[in-house]
Write a protein that binds this ligand. Structure first.
Ligand SMILES: [Ca+2]
Ligand SMILES: [Ca+2]
Length: 352
């Protein structure tokens, strides 16, 4: 009996160990532990202590390649530990990360998944191109049969996704099984396993009110950079004093889920007297749907909206545009002129 218990404990321990190493939805490699976090790909890989997307103290993975042939000739990095496993069971359909090109030539980055026995490779049909000496850029690699192409072996996409033995990103101008020799550097950080790509805002229009500071780029991340909009007289009784329309473009036309994230605040005093309304444009009915109504807050308020029903109504067919409106209403008695509404972040997290 004791023997059986020991065996059970051993096999349970082994299972725990395996699960700790396999792919998990939401996992993030941020390199803050000072290691390479089991990423490999040649002799010139380093954990750099400063200069990640968040600047000083933000560590990142630096990958260098020197051209020619053999290890380190291609600009690529791969992981066979926590980025291996059953992506289908884990619900991982996209890998997002920050990339920075520190080379004098553009880089064409593709994701690669290796299937059972590393015999088959599927790679991104379309490369993410980063210009020479780029800034840090948040990129999404969608893992699907329609966005990837098989470049080695014979296993199906589904077979590979259920048994990924190696996850790789590499510079590859035309989709191939080997990548291209390249002389240069890239930075990698915040590698994240998600259910679908994140859409960032790419256009905004003031319907009422005036931009005081910030711009569309202020909306990408929750940080100290905000779009700040000054109130204006409402166009009619009961109309908003600040009304801003924000658009993004989905990389896919069909989704399973959409989560809208908006981070707002206001200088109206008291903030709680300001009514804030968030609307999403429904392209089936061609009207804005109100999805959130609440009191304003003086400090950043993170608002997560998971709309019920079919989220595809929020994506315009053809253009794949997504559109929201954020509106602040003045009750009419409490405020001096010149109060502002602020938006720190807007994004749409899609699930495929
Ligand atoms: Ca980092
Ligand atoms: Ca921001």
């Amino acid at each position: 009996m004791k023997f059986i218990k020991t065996l059970l404990a051993l096999s349970f321990g082994a299972a725990l160990c395996l699960s700790a190493q396999a792919i998990t939805l939401g996992q993030v490699d941020d390199f803050q532990d000072g290691t390479l976090q089991a990423w490999d790909g040649g002799p010139w890989m380093n954990n750099i202590p400063n200069g990640g997307p968040n600047g000083a103290g933000d560590r990142y993975l630096e990958v260098e390649s020197r051209g020619g042939s053999g290890p380190g000739s291609r600009l690529a990095t791969y992981n066979t530990l926590q980025w291996s496993g059953n992506y289908t069971a884990a619900g991982v359909k996209t890998v997002e990360m920050h990339l920075k090109n520190m080379s004098s030539q553009p880089i064409h980055m593709r994701a690669v998944i290796f299937g059972p026995g590393q015999a088959t490779q599927w790679t991104s049909s379309t490369a993410v191109i980063l210009p020479a000496n780029s800034e840090w850029t948040r990129v999404s690699f969608i893992l699907s049969a329609s966005t990837m192409v098989r470049v080695a072996g014979s296993d199906s996409f589904a077979t590979c996704m259920a048994d990924v033995t190696r996850f790789m990103i590499r510079h590859n101008v035309n989709a191939s099984s080997g990548g291209d020799p390249f002389v240069g550097f890239m930075g990698v950080d915040n590698v994240t396993a998600v259910a679908g790509p994140t859409v960032f805002p790419n256009a905004l229009l003031m319907l009422t009110g005036v931009v005081q500071s910030g711009n569309i780029d202020s909306l990408r991340f929750q940080d100290s950079d905000r779009l700040i909009m000054r109130e204006a007289p409402p166009v009619a009784l009961g109309a908003p004093s600040i009304d801003v329309r924000i658009d993004g473009t989905s990389p896919v036309s069909t989704i399973a889920t959409m989560r809208l994230r908006v981070v707002t605040s206001t200088s109206g005093a008291p903030a709680s007297a300001v009514t804030q309304v968030i609307q999403m444009f429904n392209y089936s009915t061609n009207v804005f749907e109100t999805v959130d109504t609440r009191q304003g807050t003086a400090a950043d308020n993170v608002i997560i909206i998971d709309p019920t029903g079919d989220p595809n109504r929020f994506i315009e067919s053809g253009t794949r545009r997504v559109r929201i409106r954020v509106r602040w209403f003045d009750p009419g008695t409490l405020f001096s002129f010149g109060w502002v509404g602020r938006i720190n972040q807007v994004n749409w997290e899609l699930g495929l």
